[in-house]
Design a protein around this ligand. Structure first.
Ligand code: NAD
Ligand code: TDX
Length: 332
């Protein structure tokens, strides 16, 4: 494998993956990204021009996708509408990009016989009870609950059907909640970090009891590279780093890191249909491919992430006011 196409490479996880690939492999990367509100070319600055190329475009543009696919050995598909709260306001772009865009990409991959890796989420499995030892595995039932997770579930099922019906050379990974640099300020951790930096109290939905299973984005990247190199075609791999924390615990940790009182947060209007808990059992990936997460200390990871937002205000500041005014309209 020499050349890969990375869709959504100007977004949070995609850009971290591209930076990771530049350091850890000799692959040539073409990024295809529409640059929606969630993507910025600034996240890809400083990459070696000889090994990197950027194409601004839509994954739903069949002619463009069909022209790019035969130029690469594999497609790694990150592009998506990714924010649950947005999907509750306006589901349409989620259907277009997450379903229509994935369909366009797998049609081109099957036509050209191109290896395909589909990036997905643990949210396709719905949620778990709060006090429950259960975790999601590759055989958990699909039970998505939000417009976002329903379209991601649909995109996974399209990929699975294309493997079975057309012999598409595809793998799928479903990862838990990512944190780290370059994450849009609409998402939970960057929103609270940038609020704290602005002297604004963090805002917890409901009672703050919902649990997410956090993984550093660099560990997501290393897992995807492993699957791309050694994953078995047609298989699904769950990616997680045993990082379960309630939202309240995360906010308390962030306040403590910033030297503030641990209870200096507000409880706000809950998200409709708010999933209670996600938790990933990633033993298949660890057993079959020998993958292990590198970031074991969540406190240190959060601290590094807060420092990144302190050091990169130019990157996040342009999005902050518009994001907060959207949240104000939703009662969050
Ligand atoms: P993001 O919203 O930060 O980035 C999405 C990127 O896709 C942006 O650069 C955007 O411009 C681009 N994009 C959107 N629509 C497009 C289109 N029609 N054509 C081309 N480009 C388009 O998202 P993220 O958090 O980096 O998530 C990336 C992927 O990982 C998604 O598939 C998401 O479902 C999945 N995922 C995310 C998480 C998480 O915690 N953020 C966890 C598990 C899985
Ligand atoms: O201000 C907030 N306060 C709050 O309590 C925000 C923005 C969120 N929350 C809560 C809602 C969730 O329980 O924090 C948790 C995390 O929220 P998000 O960052 O919106 O993430 P989530 O809905 O869990 O989905 C994320 O993980 C799975 C990504 O956005 C998805 O793309 C991914 O598939």
């Amino acid at each position: 494998m020499q050349r890969i196409l990375v869709t959504g490479g100007a977004g949070f996880i995609g850009c971290n993956f591209v930076h990771f690939i530049m350091v850890h492999t000799r692959l040539h990367v073409t990024v295809l990204d529409k640059l929606t509100y969630a993507g910025t070319i600034d996240s890809l600055s400083g990459l070696p021009s000889g090994r990197f190329e950027f194409v601004q475009g839509d994954i739903c543009d069949a002619a463009l996708v069909d022209s790019l696919t035969p130029t690469v050995d594999a497609v790694v598909h990150f592009a998506a509408e990714s924010h649950n709260d947005n999907s509750l306001e306006d589901p349409r772009p989620f259907l277009d990009t997450n379903l229509g865009g994935t369909f366009t990409l797998i049609e081109a991959a099957r036509k050209h016989g191109t290896r395909f890796h589909h990036i997905s989420t643990d949210e396709v499995y719905g949620d778990l009870a709060l006090e429950d030892p259960d975790r999601f595995t590759e055989s958990s039932a699909y039970r998505p609950t939000s417009p976002y997770s329903a379209t991601k579930a649909g995109s996974d099922l399209l990929v699975r059907a294309w493997v079975r019906s057309f012999g598409l050379q595809a793998t799928i990974s479903n990862c838990s909640n990512n944190y780290g640099p370059y994450q849009h300020v609409e998402k939970f951790i960057p929103r609270q970090i940038t609020n704290i930096l602005d002297g604004v109290r963090p805002r917890l939905y409901g009672q703050g009891r919902n649990v997410r299973d956090w993984i550093h984005v660099a560990d997501h990247s290393s897992a995807v590279l492993k699957i791309l190199e050694a994953g078995r075609i047609g298989e699904t791999y769950l990616i997680g780093a045993d990082g379960e924390r309630s939202n309240r615990e995360v906010v308390e940790m962030l306040l403590e890191i910033a030297g503030k009182s641990r209870d200096a947060y507000d409880l706000v209007h809950d998200r409709p249909g708010h999933d209670l808990r996600y938790a990933i059992d990633s033993s298949k990936l660890r057993r079959e491919l020998g993958w292990m997460p590198g970031y074991r200390d969540f406190d240190a990871g959060l601290s590094d992430t807060m420092q990144w937002y302190r050091d990169n205000e130019d990157w996040w500041r342009p999005q902050k006011a518009a994001t907060e005014s959207k949240y104000a309209g939703q009662g969050h």
